[in-house]
Ligand binder design. Structure first.
Ligand SMILES: *Cc1c(COP(=O)(O)O)cnc(C)c1O
Length: 423
């Protein structure tokens, strides 16, 4: 099936007489006829459901659709995108591990790695993702366990050279994890370019209608954990909490997601609610149609802004003269996403005046949604970062993030135009 068809038909296939839409398994627990039948589930001898803190059928069907769209072998849903990135890393890292990550990643992930995971004894080196391979190589250490980046960074909309990152990660015997939230599998499938694990905030385009917070992790099944057994003891040595199971041996290509489910989800309990899995499932059905329109609208608005003399600069990878256009043509040939960043001339005060004058575009801590929304990261999402950190992350203090929705583009341009006139 092509991506468009997978959006509609993958993950849940009803049998004769069953509901056409995926049912919501709104149940904490599952009933068994014998003690032994349930016992075998706890031994991971049989697969099945016993408690929704670990697994739920609705979640698994939505995850299966996402895995199929990304070209992975298995996926799991998490309660948020933050939980997805944390689980994706913590599944293969422990105290004493080190991660190499792009410094341009989403502010929430930057904090997760730079502050919270540091407290757990997991160190991170942030790198400028545009540096040549020889320079990036200097960030690797003997205890490096993963490399991390975003296909299109939030909010600077920089396009990652996925092949370059994958080559480097693999030459140091570690997997590449790519957060594909902005591109979605409709516009880019990082696994095709060498990524080993893909993460998502399903809160964004996948849900698409601003109703549910959630995340997803997809495993390609391509990384050979056993080849680097000494680096990944969690996958390659017996798990005492599961009667000595060795995940990479017993489950092969499914080992990574099985461990994340049966160990991390069991102990940390960050599962997506089945109700939210249903919203994501519905959102995914129209993802391909929405992404096309998001990109079309964003490109028109980027061109409008670029031609306006009150605008200082515009970053949008689909613009022919954008510094990431060549990478976008390679990795995102059908369009990047609906998010662009720009600045108005005159600095912070003018940015605030512009934002406060908008009538149709909402000021929101949200992005990648059906309705157009706008945010000033330095005053909102990134306000915990110092100016130095902002600049290191490539977020100019005057940057405005515009997430272009599905409205008629003429209405959006009229609104932006009248707000620019107020400056
Ligand atoms: C929003 C976002 C996250 C965090 O996701 P939540 O669902 O808000 O927890 C992670 N990565 C990217 C790229 C995001 O845009």
């Amino acid at each position: 099936m092509k991506q468009e068809t997978k959006c509609l038909h993958s993950g849940y296939v009803p049998k004769n007489g069953e509901p056409r839409q995926m049912p919501i398994y709104q149940s904490t627990t599952f009933k068994y006829d014998s003690s032994d039948a349930m016992g075998r589930l706890f031994d991971l001898e049989d697969s099945g459901y016993f408690y929704t803190r670990l697994q739920n059928p609705s979640n698994d069907m939505t995850a299966a659709k996402i895995a199929d769209l990304e070209g992975g072998v298995a996926a799991m849903l998490t309660s948020s995108g933050q939980a997805a990135n944390f689980f994706a890393l913590f599944n293969i890292c422990e105290t004493g591990s080190h991660i190499v990550a792009s410094s341009a990643i989403y502010g929430g992930t930057y904090n997760l790695l730079g502050v919270t995971m540091k407290k757990m004894g997991i160190d991170v080196t942030f790198v400028d993702q545009n540096l040549p391979e020889e320079e990036l190589a200097k960030a690797f250490r003997p205890n490096t366990r993963a490399m991390f980046g975003e296909t299109i960074t939030n909010p600077t909309v920089s396009v990652l050279d996925i092949e370059k990152f994958a080559r480097l990660a693999h030459s140091y015997g570690v997997p590449l994890i790519v957060d594909n939230t902005f591109a979605t599998p409709v516009n880019c499938q990082p696994i095709k370019w060498g990524a080993d694990i893909v993460t998502h905030s399903t809160t964004k385009y996948m849900d698409g209608h601003g109703v549910s917070v959630g995340g997803a992790i997809v495993d390609s099944g391509n990384f050979d954990w056993l080849k680097y057994a000494d680096k990944y003891p969690g996958l390659t040595t017996p798990d005492d909490s599961y009667h000595g199971i060795v995940y990479a041996e017993k489950f092969g290509k499914l080992g990574y997601i099985t461990k994340a489910t049966s160990q991390l989800m069991r102990d940390l309990g960050s599962i997506q609610s089945p109700q939210n899995a249903f919203y994501v499932m519905n959102g995914l059905e129209s993802l391909h149609v929405r992404m096309e329109r998001h990109c079309k609208n964003a490109l028109e608005i980027a061109r409008f802004l670029k031609a306006n003399d009150k605008v200082a600069w515009v970053d949008y990878p689909d613009l022919e003269d954008d510094k990431y256009h060549a990478l976008a043509e390679k990795y995102l040939p059908n369009g990047s996403c609906g998010v662009l960043s720009f600045a108005v001339k005159g600095g912070r005060d003018c940015a605030v005046k512009f934002m406060d004058s908008l009538r149709l575009c909402d000021i929101e801590t949200h992005v990648a949604d059906a309705k157009t929304c706008i945010l000033h990261p330095a005053s909102h999402t990134h306000r915990q970062m110092t100016d130095e950190q902002l600049i290191e992350a490539g977020v100019a203090p005057d940057l405005i993030r515009l997430s272009v929705g599905l409205e008629n583009v003429d209405d959006l341009i009229a609104d932006i135009s009248q707000a620019l006139d107020k400056i």
